[in-house]
Ligand binder design. Structure first.
Ligand code: PLP
Length: 490
């Protein structure tokens, strides 16, 4: 075993990892990365098929981001946001507001006045971005609506991070049971999961379940009932928390078109603040470039930028927008919580009123992170990146079609540049594998031996490549997945 691997085994405790299993084999030690390719300490190359747990956007070692970081390093790496402003964080805040408030192409209009994002609170990661949204929403509601203990409604299967507040907002039983004693109560309502929806009367087909489902939008009805009964009890929800277009850690579960718009209009109509967790979906992950490119005969114009956020694709205007993972292009831990002037104003007062938002982190507004974020946003807006994203989305869509030949592929669901492949014992009956069989883990291990790195979520294998992934690399990822499924059950 390599000495570095031995050090890891001796001292490093890995996240979400059964360390007994981890210690059984030599870990892959990464030493460098270029584009979608990672290289380990023995010189073996891998494709980064989940963009380093959903963070990387433009590939590793991107010259533009590297140069921006070097330039910033020549000035200063970090100073505190307590009492000091800095250039990259100020510029990044302005750019984020601009990007988040741009209208999506053909966005439907709401009958109600929509919130307008104005202010940016920086923190370190997705969990802290959600903690900030939660605390702000809680305190805003107490101050402006006179509710003593504001309550939140989230979605079944939701994941919003691992700090205690973020865990309280989430609803994944496996993660939550252990910490039940630490958490506060939030409510959950049914989220779409067309493939396994009890209201979907369609027999399984070899297609994304959203396309052939037969239902009466019962999932929207469930949200409506929940909102109405809370109102009837005299305790309307302070906030509705959601991952737009696709729930990530739930197993890459996409929402059928129109669901998000309907439920957020309902929640907004009931006076709930809309808290959008775009930690995974943000920064172009969910696609939506095509509408722009097609309208211009393939040419992308500066005047109609492709939307960077999932909410924009359904014309949803949230009161809070939590961003992290891709914010720095996947280079550095940095997060942002965007919110409205209204929320901001509720924290204004004389010093001695103590209305200050008492929350912050040592690295809030970090210059290096902000410099990377600015460079990444610049890349995202370039016609080259928009075209590349659009092409990669189409390439993946056509290549994953070949996965349907396997009887152990039950659902292949794609939203933009995210794909979840649900493995099943028998596709004709949607029979799931028992988690203890480690179906997803075994397939991902087999993919690793083929030089393709990703991680499963239970029985779902994730493909979420960096945007710079070439068609040949995308093909290798999909082929490795198909061959690995054949190997495990062949
Ligand atoms: C990853 C993730 C988080 C948590 O982000 P961390 O940076 O890991 O704290 C929150 N919400 C969603 C939707 C995520 O995918």
């Amino acid at each position: 075993m390599h000495p570095i691997a031995r050090l890891d085994h001796a001292h490093v405790w890995h996240p979400f990892t059964q360390m007994r299993d981890w210690q059984k084999s030599e870990p892959i030690v990464i030493v460098d990365g270029h584009g979608a390719v990672l290289r380990d300490i023995h010189g073996k190359e891998y494709l980064d098929a989940n963009a380093s747990i959903w963070t990387n956007l433009h590939g590793h070692g991107h010259p533009t981001i590297n140069a921006a970081l070097r330039r910033q390093l020549g000035k200063v790496a970090h100073t505190s946001a307590l009492g000091l402003a800095n250039e990259p964080a100020s510029r990044l805040a302005a750019e984020l507001v601009k990007a988040a408030t741009a209208a999506g192409p053909g966005a439907p209009r709401s009958p109600l006045p929509a919130p307008h994002l104005e202010k940016v609170f920086f923190s370190d990661d997705g969990s802290t971005a959600m903690e900030v949204a939660l605390k702000l929403a809680h305190e805003f509601t107490r101050r402006t609506k006179g509710q003593k203990s504001p309550r939140f409604l989230g979605l079944e299967g939701a994941y919003h991070g691992d700090t205690v507040g973020a865990v309280s907002l989430g609803h994944i039983d496996l993660f939550h049971k252990a910490y039940a004693g630490l958490l506060f109560k939030t409510d959950a309502v049914m989220a779409p999961y067309c493939y396994r929806c009890p209201f979907n009367r369609a027999k399984p087909e070899r297609a994304d379940a959203r396309e052939y489902r037969r239902c009466g939008w019962e999932c929207v009805g469930k949200v409506e009932q929940k909102l109405a009964s809370a109102k009837k009890r005299g305790t309307p929800y302070a906030g509705f928390v959601f991952e737009p277009l696709m729930q990530g850690a739930a197993g890459m579960i996409p929402q059928p078109a129109g669901w998000l718009k309907r439920v957020t209009d309902l929640a907004h109509g009931h006076g709930a603040l809309l808290i959008a967790d775009e930690v995974m979906t943000g920064f172009g992950r969910t696609g939506g470039c095509r509408a722009v490119a097609q309208g211009k005969k393939g040419a992308v114009e500066k005047s109609s930028p492709a939307p960077l956020f999932a909410c924009q694709q359904e014309g949803v205007r949230p009161d809070f927008l939590a961003l992290a993972k891709g914010l720095t292009g996947g280079y550095l831990p940095m997060a942002a919580t965007l919110t409205t002037q209204d929320v901001f104003d509720a924290f204004l007062g004389e010093y001695e009123d103590f209305k200050t938002f008492f929350h912050g982190h040592s690295f809030t507004g970090n210059q290096l992170g902000a410099a990377a974020g600015l460079a990444s946003l610049g890349l995202l807006g370039s016609p080259r990146s928009v075209t590349a994203r659009e092409k990669l989305e189409a390439t993946l869509r056509s290549m994953t079609a070949s996965l349907w030949t396997s009887p152990h592929v039950g659902d292949v669901r794609q939203v933009g540049l995210v794909i979840g492949v649900e493995l099943v014992r028998d596709w004709k009956k949607r029979t799931p594998f028992d988690l203890r069989e480690k179906a997803g883990i075994r397939v991902c291990e087999a993919m690793g031996r083929r030089g393709v790195l990703t991680r499963p979520i239970g029985n779902v294998v994730v493909l979420m490549p960096p945007y710079c992934t070439t068609p040949a690399q995308a093909e290798r990822m999909v082929t490795a997945l198909r061959d690995s499924v054949d190997e495990v059950w062949g």
